[in-house]
Design a protein around this ligand. Structure first.
Ligand code: TXA
Ligand code: MG
Length: 342
């Protein structure tokens, strides 16, 4: 059931569901989340069951503001405080050392916890009200079945989980891809999942250099085995039903010239319409040419192509500048699913 997040009584209704240990759909500025009381293990385990998510993949706990950090974390380094001050509320998740004996389900038993303070006004209103009834944070992964495309509209959440779930509608998510995740437990800010914040912005705000985590394969080689799991960092993730190919502008042009496959329902997402596509009866959508607009459109566009019954989606590779890193990351994982499993 989708209810307007800003309508009178909606927040109370959602809080009542949470107090009954039920899950709710929650709008955030990045993507929609599937939320439970983060400190209630029984309720939080329902998230793993509903998503089909392995229980060793920890969830993010969403909090109202940085004052709530002390309910979850201990040892907050100076650079993490700097990052909170600069980017909260907003699309930044911090991994911190966890307080002992809490949130076992949310953290998948890890000694660390992921914390984020979302900026969306409906999320803010809900988290504020939650605090008033003693719910200090909401565990919420993206509200999609495990491995699939993240939801950026309330309707997407209903498509994923059906109509029995209470979903607060907060309109389309304004950022559109998931938060940047920064591990703050290793003495320096280490980016585990790129989002819309660049290394330069993070370093500037943290007042020390932020670095990208090595890829999982590279970590194994260097013996750094205790790096936490981040499912958004799996090679294959964010997969629509259609097979995604991420192609350079030239590759796309060359493939299209030779394209003669009447049985293939082909969609193209590119920054300018490739020449001659009308004649080949292809489905084309324009990729916005700023990173902010592109991120906002990305997941809804993949879902729209699926809804049209496309069998393949060819996406023009975004520019290589740092502002596009989060978008390229999601597209690579969506494309990887295709080549790996089909
Ligand atoms: O923007 C977002 O981050 C959205 C919205 C709903 O807030 N949430 C989201 O959650 O993307 P999810 O579960 O789809 O991704 C959370 C990521 C996962 O990759 C998880 O493995 C990682 O955060 N994570 C959670 N706790 C962690 C921890 N203690 N150490 C390392 N990674 C962690
Ligand atoms: Mg997710």
């Amino acid at each position: 059931m989708i209810i307007e997040g800003s309508a009178p009584g909606s927040i109370d209704l959602a809080v009542e569901s949470l107090l009954r240990d039920e899950l709710i759909g929650l709008p955030t500025e990045t993507v929609y989340g599937l939320a439970s009381n983060a400190l209630n293990d029984a309720a939080t385990l329902k998230i793993f069951a509903l998503k089909g998510r392995p229980v060793d993949h920890p969830l993010i706990a969403h909090i109202y503001d940085s004052n709530a950090v002390h309910h979850f974390a201990k040892e907050v380094p100076e650079f993490a405080l700097n990052l909170m001050q600069a980017f909260w509320p907003g699309p930044l998740t911090l991994i911190l050392k966890k307080m002992d004996g809490i949130a076992a389900a949310c953290t998948a038993g890890a000694p660390t916890i992921a914390l984020r303070c979302p900026a969306h006004p409906v999320a803010q209103a809900l988290l504020k009200r939650c605090q008033e009834v003693g719910i200090w944070g909401l565990a919420a992964p993206s509200a999609n079945r495990f491995g699939r495309v993240s939801p950026t509209h309330a309707e997407h959440v209903a498509q994923e989980f059906g109509d029995t779930l209470t979903i607060l509608n907060g309109g389309p998510s304004s950022v559109g891809i998931e938060s940047t995740i920064v591990d703050c437990t290793r003495g320096a800010p280490i980016v585990l999942r790129p989002g819309m914040l660049t290394l330069k912005e993070l370093s500037h705000a943290a007042k020390c250099p932020a670095v990208m985590a090595q890829r999982p394969g590279a970590q194994a080689q260097t013996g750094d085995i205790d790096t936490p799991k981040a499912s958004g960092t799996l090679e294959s993730h964010y997969a629509p039903d259609a097979l995604v190919r991420l192609l350079s502008t030239n590759e796309m042009g060359a493939r299209l010239q030779n394209f003669r496959s009447p049985n293939l329902q082909l969609a193209i997402w590119s920054r300018s319409p490739p020449i001659g596509i009308e004649a080949k009866n292809l489905n084309h959508a324009l990729m916005p040419d700023t990173p902010a607009e592109c991120a906002k459109a990305l997941f809804a566009q993949l879902r729209a192509f699926d809804a049209l019954g496309m069998t393949e989606i060819w996406v023009e590779r975004p520019p290589q500048s740092p502002e596009w890193a989060g978008i390229t990351d999601r597209l690579q994982r969506a494309a990887h699913s295709g080549t790996e499993h089909r």
